[in-house]
Write a protein that binds this ligand. Sequence first.
Ligand SMILES: Nc1ncnc2c1ncn2[C@@H]1O[C@H](COP(=O)(O)OP(=O)(O)OP(=O)(O)O)[C@@H](O)[C@H]1O
Ligand SMILES: [Mg+2]
Length: 267
Amino acid sequence: MSKPYSIIVSSQKGGVGKTTISVNLSTALKQSGYKVLLVDADYSNPSVGFHLGLENTNAGLRAVVTGKAKLDTVVALHNPTGLHVLTGEISAKPFHPSNAQQKGLRENLERSGYDFIIIDMPPGAEDFEEVEAFCCENSRQALIVLTPELAACSSAMRLAQFYEKNHIIHNMVANRVKNKGYELSVGEIEEAVGEGLIGVLPEDENVPISIAQHTPVLLLKSRSGFSTAVKSLARRAASRLGYEPGEAKNVRGSFGFFAWLKRLFGR
Ligand SMILES: Nc1ncnc2c1ncn2[C@@H]1O[C@H](COP(=O)(O)OP(=O)(O)OP(=O)(O)O)[C@@H](O)[C@H]1O
Ligand SMILES: [Mg+2]
């Protein structure tokens, strides 16, 4: 049995679209015929369940990480997509798994038999053990989600630096792109972050509509701009290519503030 390939969907900033992308990317990969597990890695504020109408499902992640249950006994089936989902637990008590528990979780995921494991991370996760718990060894990629504004770009660069330090291949995805004059253009984002984007996802009102209907956009409006862009992201992410740590990333020459940002983050 080959190891699953983990795709970690992450950002420093909150609310940029990680859960939306995780749910729809998983759906796109499932529709392409892969065996897919979607994991809600937010131990405190899980939200995959809300997006898929699985909020009343018994939470699985804590049970697996604490050794109370085996992965295959707590994975929920999302009937409309056929996705397998490891949901989180909404809880008033904070929960921080030990390093041994996190290592155990990774071993469980590595043996699970899925082709892809998509991990919806909480915002700002910069604890290597926490990230590594969801990474199948040498078979992983992190997506860094950003929106077309400078604050999102600078926090994405910070996260890229973290992945590079920890030898995790990464790619950046722009979400909520409106192509308005007041926002950064795709070229400006690439110039700011110093690398090409693996995906550009448009602002699309089908996204909030789909969340309200607890259905992925890909099922609700398969030909919408967002769905088309997610399918293309899925094809590219599934090809497993990403920026290797230390790779040259100068997409274009840069100057002024962007150059200063790049120097700050060693890019
Ligand atoms: N492409 C898009 N077009 C329109 N709205 C979007 C798009 N992407 C995300 N949104 C909206 O942004 C909000 C936040 O999305 P989401 O919950 O996926 O972000 P997140 O990064 O997972 O947030 P958190 O950091 O809290 O986990 C949602 O209400 C969603 O409707
Ligand atoms: Mg989220």
